[in-house]
Write a protein that binds this ligand. Structure first.
Ligand code: BES
Ligand code: MN
Ligand code: ZN
Length: 489
């Protein structure tokens, strides 16, 4: 990841200047920038025009610095038409440029003139990379670049954006980690360490404790694996807190489907089936670093879904935390089983709000594609969370739960069943399953990020390949929004 700093004036050692351009009526336009003097600005515009710059979105053009500019080169980043400029455009432009700067030394930019937070987020997230697990060390030309954002804006805005972007990076790295490294025990241990450092209270329930307290859903999903499940609870409880928010995130460290085994092709992507829990953990740590005046209690059910002689069979009946029984007709619909326990437990704390997120259904991608999360839950809060998601560039859309599923969820062998017989509305059926565990007085939002949590394609904007860290920034935005409420709202 690039190191990003905020300064009021151009650092003398900057050898690359990253400046924004616009797509004007008569070609590329160059807004004034603190990095280049007014007469040099003219020659820069000339040079850019000469090499065909248009200022289009996605355009990144590097030219030798003109006479009089104290740097080696200038990188012009297109922001497209000024009238269509928004935070997401700046974030994407900063992300695109960050990838071209890997291995460079000292960069200064005034992109922040058009959105400081968005510039910070785009640079950090677009420049994010993990090398994976390799036999060789990183080359010098893979070293993270140092970027100085030259701006007079408030340091607080800058710091908050860094914290948010780091939460996303935290979630990405966990989610990119293969499942032989990241399994419930190792994951819980890592979280305990990181969350404690950030000043959170941490509690980890192991298999014995899960049995004692009746977490039948988590145990059922984990029982086919030699790697026992865990339930991690993180708490941020500042004196200033007026509202309380429970967070829940799906933490399936690998999903084979269990006895209802998934096909082999593509199964490797199921290392990311804990992406929801990683986003929640990142957001909870961010809440502490931002010192948000809101109580946050996060529940992360961690389990590995494996087929074995000990695994749950289709047709088994399990008892969730709190007593509700469920007929498991498909062991690949395991996320809702671990989430049900965690939601039931979270509601015992009587939170004002509950935000839960999961890579829950393939049906989410059928309905909304791979970049737009499906948000279900209490009407008002669902709409609010979807809107907040869109406002931070994590696309999200409100989806209604379906009346017909109230009937379809009934089982002949237990209180409820874990799949619907007809496949229609699979994303919403999962939502209806979870709804059984949410107490009435809690404002609830369920975010299905099966698609958006993973980028199977090439880098675009600030979205790098593989784990995206979505919806960490949506959750942080929701926590900030709730923290800003009046007490008696
Ligand atoms: N983890 C999967 C959902 C998923 C699929 C996430 C693809 C990301 C990419 C989930 O546990 C699952 O297997 N869901 C089943 C549910 C079905 C059996 C009702 C699905 O969507 O096929
Ligand atoms: Mn599954
Ligand atoms: Zn799953």
């Amino acid at each position: 990841m690039p190191t990003v700093k905020l300064e009021k004036s151009t650092p003398s050692k900057a050898n690359i200047l990253v400046i924004p351009t616009f797509r004007g009526e008569e070609g590329v336009e160059l807004p004034s920038t603190a990095l280049v003097g007014s007469s040099e600005l003219k020659s820069t515009l000339h040079a850019l025009t000469a090499v065909g710059a248009k200022g289009k979105s996605g355009e990144i053009i590097r030219i030798p610095a003109p006479q009089g500019v104290k740097a080696d080169s200038i990188v012009a980043v297109g922001l497209d038409k000024p009238e269509s400029l928004d935070d997401e455009a700046v974030r994407r432009a900063a992300g695109n440029v960050a990838r071209t700067l890997v291995g460079q030394k000292h960069v200064a930019t005034t992109l922040g003139d058009f959105g400081l937070a968005a510039t910070v987020e785009g640079l950090i997230l677009g420049g994010y990379s993990t090398r994976g697990i390799r036999s060789t060390k990183a080359d010098a030309d893979e070293a993270p670049v140092k970027v100085t954002i030259v701006s007079n804006e408030d340091k607080d805005v800058f710091n908050a954006a860094v914290i948010g972007a780091e939460a996303v990076a935290f979630a990405r790295t966990l989610t990119n980690t293969p499942s032989n490294e990241l399994y419930p025990a190792s994951y819980a241990k890592y979280l305990k360490n990181e969350a404690t450092k950030a000043g959170l209270e941490v509690e980890v329930l192991d298999k014995k404790e899960l049995k004692k307290q009746g977490f039948g859903g988590i145990l059922s999903v984990g029982q086919g694996s030699s790697r026992a499940p865990r339930l991690v609870r993180l708490e941020w409880n500042p004196k200033s807190a007026k509202k309380s928010v429970a967070l829940v995130g799906k933490g399936i460290t690998f999903d084979t489907g269990g006895i209802s085994l998934k096909p082999g092709a593509g199964m490797w992507d199921m290392i990311s089936d804990m992406g929801g829990s990683a986003a929640v953990a990142g957001a909870t740590i961010a809440a502490a670093k931002l010192n948000l005046p809101v109580k946050v209690t996060a529940y992360l059910p961690l389990a590995e879904n494996m087929p074995s002689g000990d695994a749950t069979r289709p047709g088994d009946v399990i008892t969730h935390y709190g007593g509700l029984t469920s007929e498991v007709l498909n062991t690949d619909a395991e996320g809702r089983l671990v989430l049900a326990d965690a939601i039931a437990r979270a509601c015992e704390d009587n939170p004002d709000y509950l935000i839960e997120t999961a890579t829950l259904t393939g049906a989410q991608m059928v309905a909304l594609g791979s970049r737009t999360a499906g948000v279900m839950g209490s009407d008002e809060f669902r709409d609010r969370v979807a809107e907040l998601g869109r406002s931070v560039g994590e696309n999200a859309w409100a989806v209604p739960l379906l009346e017909e599923h109230e009937e379809e969820i009934k089982s002949k062998a237990a209180d409820i069943r874990n799949i619907n017989a007809k496949r229609e509305g699979g994303m919403q059926f999962a939502g209806t399953y979870l709804a059984q565990f949410v107490t009435d007085d809690v404002e609830w939002a369920h975010i299905d990020v099966a698609g958006p949590s993973w980028n199977g394609g090439a880098a675009r904007g600030y979205t790098t390949p593989r784990a995206t860290g979505v919806p960490a920034r949506t959750i942080i935005a929701a926590l900030q929004d709730i923290a800003a409420e009046k007490k008696d709202k």
